[in-house]
Ligand binder design. Sequence first.
Ligand code: GAP
Length: 476
Amino acid sequence: MSFDDVVELAKRRGFFWPSFMIYGGSSGFYDYGPLGTLLKDNIINLWKKEYAREGAVFLDTPVISPADVFRASGHLEKFSDIAVKCPKCGTPYKLESLLKGLGITEIAKTVEEASAILEKYDVKCPKCGERLKNPYDFNLMFRIGTNDLYLRPETAQGIFINFKNIYNYARNSMPIIVCQVGKGFRNEISPRQALIRMREFSQAEVEVFYLNGDDFPVPDSYADLSLLRNTGELQKMKVSDALRSGIIGNRVMAYFLNKTYDILLKLGFKQDRIRAREHDPGERAHYSSETWDFEYLLDGDWIEIVGVSDRGTYDLGRHQQFSGENLQIDGKTPKVIEPSYGVDRILLTIMDSSYYKRDNGYKVLRLEPHIAPVHLAVFPLQKKDNLDRIARDLFDRIKAVDPFIFYDDGGNIGRRYARQDEIGTPYCVTVDYQSKEDGTVTIRERDSTSQVRISMDELIERTKYFPDSFTELFKQ
Ligand code: GAP
């Protein structure tokens, strides 16, 4: 299915849609609907559990920060894109995307270089054909009113400035893994592709503070990764081999590249649709000495969904310098590896990778059961002969164990299956005439469409251990 099909599904079935539509919309803002809200929560919860298993702790800090924070972090000075505005029709462009779209691979690091590239390739406005000139630096941060306050462009700074509080909380032990999920805000020049480039978005960020890389073992059993190096070489290799041969710069980076890959696979990404791409030195953010982006192949284009950066001692060093607070441990500044997940991009690309058409033409969203917004749907075969009452009673019993279920008695059973398949519900339970006789129901699995019959009591028991108990049922 195409990207447009996914966006159409999202709107029609209540995953997400553009915000403020009754007032004409505002580019770069999206609402999550009933199913999207649940899917987003499930993605975040899986991520949280995975990092909790690593011993991580979690923070929740303000989205608004005083300018001092971003003066220290370097965002006030350096967090900008080069933009160019068409002198005739006024359309603004992010230069990097404009050039990429035109097949120009040169990257401009300064406004002067950008001017030279525009002139060299005689770049014209894609909308009206006017020649583009006079590029400029555009800071991506939103300033609030006339106060010296800004909306945060990443959640990370709230973690860095709390380092000492967390260190005390952790009873002075290192390494420390600190996570935060929350909104980030960027005044993107040209928001695009629905949830891919927004002005308000959700990040799930991890800052790994360490003094000694040996705390993170990288065994040979770790996964094979598709690594696209900044030399252009694409290699599928073990994380441990990539570390040994110096392709990955240090063991903490290697450990968390492996961890990130593992989480993406658990979320349901297929290996052949993701890769880790190394940034060119000129492309890296101002705080990074090494960055690998996990990218997903969307609509023929590789899109960054998670960025893993080596921030070294940059942030703690700068905050120490600007605040005057001692952020060192025994005279040493801890180093940082940061896996930064874009929740919205993950949600959209998971939907893209899961959406397909069966041979019979029906559409299915093959979400992993543990992230599906609706776990089970309950149907009476017919809305008569007491089947609907039995189904309602069963629905209420299941709801007491797992509330993320849905009741449907509208239309024929085939249509009801199709409606659930399209939103990714992994199992449908049907109450039929045999249920009246022996208290059993059928459970249909979304992907295989195969069915098994079990008692209602067993169903309730299995619901307590969703989804593993259901997966097992269909393995038997
Ligand atoms: N703290 C590091 C940081 O913010 P980033 O690569 O700029 O790094 C991390 O952002 C992730 O946030 C990206 O991989 C992407 O998934 C997501 N992201 C960044 N800008 C976004 C935007 N405008 N809209 C949606 N997601 C965005």
